[in-house]
Write a protein that binds this ligand. Structure first.
Ligand code: NAD
Ligand code: IPM
Ligand code: MN
Length: 359
């Protein structure tokens, strides 16, 4: 199979973890006989420094013309005071690609419960997925204002029923091929958008009699997520709630560094990125965890290329590497081997190849 991938390494640890993911994709191409044609483009702070824009037109065009987009991370303190920030490029890219459905799986592999700072018996068996609305809500709604004196500011939270319907539909579709449960997270005791959201969830539920539905207010959901993570299957929620809850949920498998994501539109190219940021505190040290980025590449194989066997091979190699005790600093707690990004990637790569000789 031949595929065109636009690669956006971005800033901070973005390029470090991207290097690892591309190495693993090379391994997949060799082992399974595919050709992945990658084009690296400037994006985020790196693009601002080069041309003044975080999403240059040639980068956007390349993304639109490819089969999938792989993204590291953007942002950093050097651009925090800018009027045009690296993060604006990311938001615009999501909007331009219309990737409204952001899937963020959370899975505790059997035997790897001790990667979590939470008690092992709590995180055991956790296997759920966020379906986060990604191109609407308070991130994008107008007006956004700031008066001249800087003393008054506005953000707007708007959702159209179409925007809610398509993301809720996606959640039900997923639940019907998973464990058959949708938890819809909202703030319907306060927000008008949430009240509409709840009604749409209830009417969509009628089409899926085999899917159980529960509504949960976001404050309580934040608590339940870490007290009883194994009770969830599909969590559908609006843009900002999903952003916050998914970082919180990263403590369940162990670290932000292991969390992948896929952002899908239903027709055009999907966007694949770890959920973490550019991690300025560790950038350049060679110690970033590449697992979230590598698992994002596996999601690309599955969702954009329908290469299920290949996706599973990558996931298995990651699992076996962790099981063998290799740990980057973010998940190291005194046992096993403390490794660099590079060594972690090598170990995962090795297991991909070992697996192929036994297959
Ligand atoms: P962050 O996710 O970059 O880092 C939070 C903490 O997690 C840091 O201590 C960091 O070292 C650690 N961490 C994150 N990823 C890791 C990895 N792979 N391995 C090991 N440790 C890891 O969040 P932040 O510090 O709040 O934000 C930093 C910058 O990143 C900001 O400019 C923010 O806007 C941006 N950001 C970008 C994205 C993205 O590009 N998708 C996502 C989130 C934040
Ligand atoms: C994420 C990030 C982004 C978001 C930022 C960088 C705009 O936190 O992908 O989770 O809030 O969506
Ligand atoms: Mn986030």
């Amino acid at each position: 199979m031949e595929k065109k991938i636009t690669v956006l390494p971005g800033d901070g640890i973005g390029p470090e973890v991207m290097k690892g993911a591309l190495e693993i994709l090379d391994g997949v191409a060799t082992r399974f006989g595919h050709a992945f044609h990658t084009t690296v483009k400037k994006f985020g702070g790196a693009a601002i420094d080069h041309s003044g824009s975080p999403l240059p037109e040639d980068t956007l065009l390349a993304c639109k013309q490819s089969d999938a987009v792989l993204l590291g991370a953007v942002g950093g303190p050097q651009w925090d005071g800018n009027i045009v920030r690296p993060e604006h490029g990311l938001l615009r890219l999501r909007k331009e690609l219309n990737v409204f459905a952001n899937l963020r799986p959370v899975q505790v592999f059997p035997g790897l419960e001790n990667l979590s700072p939470l008690k092992s018996n709590r995180v055991k068996g956790a296997d759920f997925i966020f379906v986060r609305e990604l191109t609407g809500g308070i991130y994008f709604s107008q007006p956004k204002t700031r008066d001249k004196e800087g003393k008054n500011a506005t953000d707007t939270l708007f959702y159209s029923s179409e925007e809610v319907e398509r993301i809720v539909e996606k959640a039900f579709e997923l639940a019907s091929v998973r464990k058959g449960k949708v938890t819809s997270v909202d703030k319907a005791n306060v927000l008008e958008t949430s009240k509409m959201w709840r009604e749409i969830v209830d009417s969509t539920a009628k089409k899926y009699p085999n899917v159980q539905v529960e509504h949960m207010l976001v404050d309580y959901a934040a608590m339940r997520l870490i007290s009883e993570p194994s009770k969830f299957d599909v969590i559908v929620t609006e843009n900002m709630f999903g952003d916050i809850l998914s970082d919180e949920a990263a403590v369940i498998p162990g670290s932000l560094g292991v969390m992948p994501s896929a952002s899908l539109s239903g027709n055009g190219p999907g966007l694949y990125e770890p959920i973490h940021g550019s991690a300025p505190d560790i950038a350049g040290k060679g110690e970033a965890n590449p697992v979230g980025m590598i698992l994002s590449a596996a999601m690309m194989l599955r969702h954009s290329f329908q290469l299920e066997k290949e996706a599973e091979a990558v996931e298995r190699a990651v699992f076996e590497t962790l099981q063998a005790g290799y740990r980057t600093r973010d998940i190291y707690s005194g046992t096993g081997y403390l490794t660099s990004t590079k060594e972690m990637v090598n170990q995962i790569h090795l297991r991909m190849l070992e697996d192929s000789t036994s297959a």
